[in-house]
Design a protein around this ligand. Structure first.
Ligand SMILES: *Cc1c(COP(=O)(O)O)cnc(C)c1O
Length: 384
């Protein structure tokens, strides 16, 4: 369990849960690359036995994430999908989930392709419209799973209102906080029961490591989650835990720069003649700006936009030089993605279209390069 302290968020981002290693004074968390740990005597343990269970490097990362997300407990997984796979095992066939319809394609695939056959049921709805959540609720609804901002349409769901609603039903709110990170949003403070992350994105931040997290404060679920984590074998490796910890140290600086760049690039795109519409949570006329101002402390570098002509997609993806045509987000390098055939290909066509993911939609993860260089690159790639 993580100890609270009086430091500000920015200090905790740099220092983490353990400022230095006790035995040696090492300032950088050592990589405890050991599969097994010696027992002092029969019936005794150092707290570490075998690295599919607790590992010292991973443990520092887990308590750091708990500290930053204002939870008591954190668990680190090999990927965001690893974290989601573990979380769903807290529930049982027959349980009903209400899920944001505009969400990461891999999450849809996991739920629909692999858990529906076991008897879990899912309603995919636009959770930014509270009346649709109410309409989808059933007596057996146990979980509301939201992404806010959503991927890729940047819709905002009211975390507190949704939490209050599902708690009245005796269920749980899970929030995927990958897009804003604890630098800009803390869902547990707003009533969410579990926060999940793809640490691969802004947290690790360098397009070089996969990781995933569950953070929570539930003493009821603590032991079961730890057992699932240890039993399934998707606990994060020590070196990847080290890399993720190292990435997190610069989270505050990076998030500010991503946001600063988006402030320049999103309006530039909105003015471009080849662009029909831009989706970014920082626009003053974003339909949910009041909710995002209430529950978040800033905006990320994620921008989606419709080109006015599908035929402009292929040249854009081919011509970008500085911005890389690749599938991911949240790293220091700017990446451009075509959700319809990449991140969201697993979602059935009708559902993709209903959510707004069509052949003209482009998603841009703005990195921390110079904004004018990025604009110049987009400008040459969008030219007729
Ligand atoms: C990438 C992503 C995931 C999956 O995480 P991996 O680390 O790729 O397994 C889940 N949710 C969101 C919002 C993501 O962007």
């Amino acid at each position: 369990m993580v100890q609270k302290n009086n430091c500000s968020l920015e200090t905790n981002i740099v220092r983490g849960s353990e400022y230095f290693e006790e035995r040696t004074g090492a300032i950088s968390t050592p990589v405890f690359q050991s599969a097994s740990f010696r027992h002092p005597a029969l019936g005794q343990s150092t707290g570490f036995d075998y690295s599919r269970g607790p590992n010292p490097t991973r443990q520092v990362l887990e308590t750091t994430m708990a500290l930053l997300e204002h939870g008591r407990y954190g668990l680190a997984f090999t990927s965001g999908m690893g974290a989601l796979s573990a979380l769903i095992k807290l529930f049982a066939p027959g349980d009903h989930f209400i899920v944001s319809e505009d969400l990461y394609g891999g999450t849809y695939r996991l739920f629909h392709d692999y858990y529906e056959p076991y008897g879990f049921t899912f309603s995919f709805v636009d959770t930014s419209d509270f009346s649709l959540i109410e309409a989808a609720a059933r007596p057996e609804t146990r979980v509301i799973f939201i992404e806010t901002p959503s991927n890729p349409m940047m819709k905002i769901t009211d975390i507190k209102r949704t939490a209050d609603f599902i708690h009245k039903h005796g269920g749980f709110l899970v929030t995927d906080n990958t897009f804003l990170t604890p630098f800009f949003q803390n869902p547990l403070d707003l009533g969410a029961d579990f926060v999940v992350h793809s640490g691969t994105k802004y947290l690790a931040g360098h397009n070089d490591t996969l990781s995933g997290f569950i953070v929570h404060s539930s003493d009821v679920h603590k032991e079961k989650l730890e057992n699932i984590h240890m039993s399934e074998g998707a606990a994060l490796a020590p070196f990847d835990a080290f890399l993720t910890l190292r990435g997190i140290k610069t989270l505050a600086l990076r998030m500010r720069k991503h946001a600063e760049n988006a402030v320049v690039i999103a309006p530039w795109l909105a003015r471009h003649p080849a662009v029909e519409k831009v989706f970014w949570t920082g626009f003053q006329d974003h339909p949910s700006i009041e909710i995002s101002q209430k529950q978040s402390r800033g905006h990320n570098g994620m921008i989606s936009f419709y080109l006015n002509d599908e035929r402009k997609v292929e040249p854009l993806l081919r011509r970008v030089k500085l911005i890389l045509f690749a599938e991911s987000l949240g790293g220091v390098e700017s990446l451009i993605t075509y959700p319809y055939v990449q991140t969201h290909a697993a979602i059935p066509d009708a559902m993709r279209r209903a959510a707004g993911v069509n052949e003209r939609l482009i998603r841009l993860s703005v990195g921390i390069e110079d904004a004018q260089d990025l604009i110049a690159d987009l400008d040459q790639a969008l030219r007729d």
